[in-house]
Design a protein around this ligand. Structure first.
Ligand code: ZN
Length: 248
């Protein structure tokens, strides 16, 4: 069975850039996983929560509801601080992801680009850097070698993609996006489903109109940049994230 792992920063990141591709993968029998690094407790919109802890608990539930809509086999929210990923212990964060990669053994990984996506959020940039190093280091026997004493083996994921876009947001900090190398047609049904997935994040309901407008503007395509691959190659033009991926 093929497996796909998506690494994000905040509950709700999974819906916009990745939702259609997650659904498409699931519809093809690929097992999908999402790891979200923070429970989103620093959000501006609080959904009536009286404390960061309450908001975190609320957003963990919303994330699971979104994952159910996106037919994600397993969604996990880690406990790193929202709005603080640039100040956490880099080695520890990469180590947690390496551990998950060695357990899940994905064939393909998705994450955000180091620019931080169109919103330029520093947490997005850090999620990208953690996921990128974890992708590379999970396959090496001399990185986080202490994990390998518990029955885990090094695992090389065959491809790493960054979500990217063909537009930027004029009211945000400037971003330099990765060029598009993979265009995934998700279809009208999955476009509606990913909007529905985002709307499971009810604490963030003031963002719904803006999100929906942006997602509809992007349309039925999700765009990715192939950032790394286990087989050296020219930059491909792909329409399938699992192109040339071998089942083990
Ligand atoms: Zn985010």
């Amino acid at each position: 069975m093929l497996r796909l792992l998506c690494v994000t920063a905040h509950p709700d990141d999974e819906a916009g850039g990745f939702g259609g591709s997650l659904l498409l993968a699931a519809s093809r029998g690929i097992e999908t996983y999402v790891i979200c690094l923070t429970p989103g407790q620093a959000a501006t919109h609080r959904g009536g929560a009286r404390s960061d802890e309450e908001l975190a608990a609320m957003r963990r539930q919303e994330f699971q509801a979104s994952c159910r809509v996106l037919k994600v086999a397993c969604g996990e929210v880690l406990d790193f601080p929202d709005a603080g990923l640039d100040r956490v212990n880099f080695y520890a964060a990469v180590g947690e992801l390496v551990d998950r990669i060695r357990k899940i053994r994905p064939h393909v990984m998705l994450s955000i680009g180091p620019e931080g996506a169109v919103t330029a959020h520093p947490d997005h940039s850090m999620a990208s850097l953690f996921a990128t190093l974890a992708f590379h280091w999970a396959g090496r026997s001399n990185r986080f070698a202490e994990q390998l004493q518990n029955g885990l083996a090094p695992h090389r994921t065959q491809k790493l993609y960054y979500a990217t876009a063909l537009f930027t947001l004029p009211d945000r900090q400037p971003v330099s996006l990765a060029p598009v190398s993979a265009t995934i047609e998700i279809g009208a049904e999955f476009l509606e489903a990913k909007i529905n997935a985002f709307k499971q994040h009810t604490s963030q309901s003031p963002l719904f109109p803006r999100f929906e407008a942006m997602v509809r503007k992007r349309g039925t395509r999700e765009l990715f940049h192939l950032a790394a691959s286990t087989s050296p190659r020219e930059m491909p033009e792909e329409t399938d994230l699992f192109e040339e991926v071998e089942e083990d």
